[in-house]
Design a protein around this ligand. Structure first.
Ligand code: TRP
Length: 343
């Protein structure tokens, strides 16, 4: 049976993931996986991690383990989706090499994420061949599975456009429809603020992890920034609590995601603005909401973590399955350019 959508997406293994990644990318993956007519491939992009982390790779194994534990804890199901490790499917590097031969340098140099990252990661030496070629490897990831749809965040759209251009160029050159041009499925990027009210991001050390333990969670919520323009009640001679502005408030940004009723959140906003809801009570509500959600997840994550070799086995099995698809496409691509395999 031909799947309705052939989905491929990937994440670089950076260790435990946070609730911002969950509300963005992962929630979207789970939704796609839950449609039984879709065939989903979810990839640990470990070669991509090497493009920026090549100077110290000692944490790669544990980063993979922690990330995949989080995927499964959040609801990714290895029975329904194919979870695999990029470097274990060697076809990725081979196709990447072939595609690199036909990709004009100018396409890579004008890539906005490349230019941005070169500025942002100024402390790392990433003026390498591999880093410039990052989108070629990503194109190989996608084209190998003839993915029709790729769920990604907005920042990845230039890479997806490049993938389409590379596919078109290859097909045009060999006059065969070897590759399928994929479409993006944009992940909603809810604005999840970190505990310091900046964007939630691992590099800012302001994250909440999936299934975070209660004492840490409580500490983090209690120390959260609320209204950045807070006027102290006593400054105005007001009775407490005083009116607040939930815009830019971390606690409110998280209620918007975790409170399960839009009406309740709207009422919360109103009461906050009118000064009827103090920050301490509002934080207590948030702790209760997240705790209720995390309670079963903590148990699930710790049970999974105690099963020795579980993640290894899931990735091994997934990689073997992925490989079947990848070999077929790579075989077609080699034939199309008259590079027959050794038989
Ligand atoms: N570049 C993606 C990111 O940083 C990760 C990635 C690698 C990916 N290969 C992919 C995403 C293929 C989608 C499809 O988020």
């Amino acid at each position: 049976m031909k799947p309705k959508k052939l989905i491929l997406s990937g994440m670089r293994p950076t260790g435990q993931i946070h609730i911002g990644n969950w509300a963005g990318a992962l929630a979207n993956w789970i939704q796609l996986q839950d449609d039984p007519e879709n065939l989903c491939f979810f990839m640990v992009a470990d070669w991509h991690a090497l493009t920026t982390e090549y100077q110290d790779t000692s944490a790669v194994e544990s980063n993979i383990q922690e990330m995949v534990l989080d995927w499964i804890t959040a609801g990714i199901d290895p029975e329904r989706a194919i979870l695999f490790r990029q470097s274990w499917v060697k076809e990725h590097s081979e196709l990447s090499l072939i595609l690199s031969m036909i990709t004009p340098l100018s396409w890579l140099e004008r890539n906005p994420t490349y230019k941005e990252q070169m500025k942002e990661l100024a402390d790392k030496d990433i003026s390498t061949h591999g880093f410039l070629g990052y989108p070629v490897l990503q194109a190989a990831d996608i084209l190998l599975y003839r993915a029709t749809h790729v769920p990604v965040g907005e920042d990845q759209l230039p890479h997806l456009e490049l993938t389409r251009e590379i596919a078109r160029r290859f097909n045009f050159m060999c006059k065969k429809e070897i590759f399928v041009e994929p479409q993006a499925i944009l992940s909603p990027t809810p604005k999840v603020l970190g505990i310091d009210a900046r964007k939630m991001s691992k590099s800012y050390h302001n994250t909440i992890h999936i299934a975070e333990e209660e004492p840490e969670l409580k500490n983090k919520i209690q120390s959260m920034y609320t209204d950045p323009q807070k006027i102290r009640a006593k400054d105005l001679g007001h009775p407490t609590p005083c009116p607040e502005n939930p815009t830019g408030c971390t606690v409110f940004s998280l209620h918007k995601i975790f409170e399960n009723s839009a009406e309740k959140t709207a009422l919360r906003e109103k009461e906050c603005r009118e000064g009827q809801l103090g920050c301490v009570a509002c934080k207590k509500d948030l702790l209760d909401e997240i705790n209720a959600l995390f309670k079963p997840l903590r148990r699930k994550r710790s049970e999974l973590a105690h099963k020795n070799g579980l993640i290894q086995d899931i990735l091994r099995e997934g990689s073997l399955k992925a490989r079947k698809h990848a070999m077929e496409t790579l075989g077609d691509a080699r034939k199309a350019i008259h590079y027959h395999e050794l038989v």
